[in-house]
Write a protein that binds this ligand. Structure first.
Ligand SMILES: NC(=O)C1=CN([C@@H]2O[C@H](COP(=O)(O)OP(=O)(O)OC[C@H]3O[C@@H](n4cnc5c(N)ncnc54)[C@H](OP(=O)(O)O)[C@@H]3O)[C@@H](O)[C@H]2O)[C@H](O)CC1
Ligand SMILES: [K+]
Length: 466
């Protein structure tokens, strides 16, 4: 579980936001008191009277930990602090001085049923020493419940890379904002449930976790064209195009056409088919006034005809979703080709496709933003899906069902996105809506589903957005 629609800040951005609060006259002690109190409120609920071991590190995460320990002791719990060393200075040192309960060394700490992890937060700069990582892991494994302050200790804040963090943390209280580490890679599974504490730091961020979208019920004047006509181009593997088309139909598009060399095939009968002879024919068809959005790439193939179809799609002045084979055909020239196009374009690569198209450095968010500088909105799929727009906005969905890793689910997402952009909307918003619906349909489908069954869950997922 991750708080929806929550701001995501890097370590540096968090520190800048914190500095702005200090500049308004709030002291570091006050902020640490708020942080510790917020964590303690959650901790006391989860502890339910059990004895608590509070792990305190040398920095401000450790300072927060001493505040938590004090509140829990005041709440009547049996609290022992296990310190990895003396707090360095400033507020952390002062919170240490206010702790009047028992303290032991981290290395000799006993296993207790509740552990509060306040060793390191956003200040981790390198991998934890093996001895610290081992003790931390042992104490977490021995506990019935572990709550991490801000982050499980030993995670790279900005990339989510693991730097010695334990497995088995049950919940994490993110202070002030989410950090990339809560949502990238396997960060969420290391954090457990992520709770967000407002500690009075005003936060502005163009990066947010994906939230449930708001969809509109059709009104009395709505008709099939006003709900968007989506054209799905099919190719060598017609099933992929059909899946995309059916996903668009099941997520609110008013009219869906499947266009390609051989669009005939099994139901649905409501899917309108259009036979396309060659790339010129495709270009003429896509230029038609009624078409609001084009989906091109699922099952397209990679032969000459596919290349010509891609060129025809790129030349059309309509919102365009490129997926699957279209991305492979773009290859390393993706950035230049996308930059040359004026009409809006969305691309939906998985990790392998993304790496074949773009170089890039830094975290998954950084690399996706670099790709979006091409002018495309990039939906970089995975267990963590990162959506970045050319305007710098980012949306991240963490914790999607691992059962989505099956053939055809990407085609479903491409069709969903086609339906969203066919109804208007630009940049990351329709992409976030499509990704949310996709993830929710997967939850509803349960385990071991296949892509057709994902489509079947889409109306139910949509109904939750009305
Ligand atoms: N979000 C907010 O605005 C607030 C956050 N608070 C809390 O503060 C921490 C961040 O505190 P900070 O002091 O910057 O960093 P940490 O406590 O996470 O850790 C820094 C100390 O740890 C040492 N360090 C770093 N990496 C390692 C390592 N691999 N092994 C051993 N020691 C390490 C580092 O020392 P150096 O050796 O690098 O000099 C520091 O001593 C944030 O996460 C919140 O919990 C505020 O309390 C409220 C406002
Ligand atoms: K921590």
């Amino acid at each position: 579980m991750i708080p929806p629609g929550a701001p995501i800040l890097t370590a540096d951005a968090m520190r800048t936001a914190e500095e702005a609060v200090f500049a308004r006259g709030v002291s570091q002690d006050e902020l640490m008191e708020r942080a510790g109190a917020a964590v303690a409120r959650e901790a006391v609920r989860f502890a339910m009277g059990r004895s608590v071991l509070v792990l305190a590190g040398p920095g401000n995460n450790g300072g927060d930990a001493y505040v938590v320990a004090r509140h829990l002791r005041e709440a009547g719990l049996d609290v022992l602090v296990a310190a990895s060393g003396a707090p360095k200075q400033g507020a952390a040192e002062r919170m240490h001085a206010r702790w009047k309960g028992p303290t032991t060394s981290l290395y000799g700490a006993p296993v207790r049923p509740v552990v509060i992890d306040g060793l390191f937060g956003i200040g981790v700069t390198r991998s934890l020493e093996r001895s610290i990582a081992a003790v931390l892991s042992e104490l977490v494994r021995g506990a019935e419940f572990t709550l991490a302050i801000d982050l499980p200790s030993g995670m790279d804040t900005d990339s989510g890379d693991e730097l010695g963090a334990p497995r088995g943390v049950n919940a994490t209280v993110a202070l002030g904002a989410l950090k990339p580490a809560h949502v990238l890679g396997d960060g969420l599974s290391r954090c457990g449930h992520v709770l967000l504490a407002d500690i009075g730091i005003p936060v502005e961020s163009a990066w947010r976790s994906v939230a449930r979208p708001q969809m509109e019920t059709p009104g009395p004047r709505t008709h099939k064209y006003s709900r968007g006509l989506v054209a799905v181009v099919e190719g060598a593997m017609p099933g992929a195009g059909r899946l995309a088309a059916r996903a668009a139909m099941a997520s609110g598009a008013g009219y869906v056409m499947l266009a390609g060399p051989d669009p005939a095939g099994p139901a649905p009968d409501a899917l309108v088919r259009r036979t396309i002879d060659d790339a010129d024919d495709l270009a003429d068809f896509l230029a038609g006034d009624r078409i609001d959005a084009v989906v091109l790439g699922p099952g397209l193939g990679r032969d000459r005809r596919a290349e010509a179809f891609l060129r025809a799609g790129l030349a059309v002045d309509k919102p365009l979703v490129l997926d699957g084979d279209a991305l492979s055909l773009l290859g390393t020239s993706a950035a230049a080709t996308l930059a040359a196009r004026e009409a809006p374009v969305w691309i939906t690569p998985h990790g392998g496709e993304f790496d074949r198209m773009f170089a890039g450095t830094g975290s998954k968010i950084d690399r996706t933003l670099q790709a979006a500088a091409s002018g495309a909105t990039v939906v970089h799929k995975g267990g963590d899906t990162v959506i970045a727009g050319p305007d710098g906005r980012v949306r991240v969905l963490a914790g999607a069902s691992p059962w989505l890793s099956t053939a055809g689910t990407g085609d479903v997402l491409a069709g969903l996105l086609g339906a969203q952009i066919g109804q208007g909307g630009s940049g990351v918003d329709p992409a976030a809506a499509a990704v949310w619906l996709h993830g929710r349909a997967a939850q509803l489908a349960g385990p071991a589903f296949f892509a057709d069954q994902l489509v079947a869950q889409l109306p139910e997922a949509c109904s939750e957005c009305l």
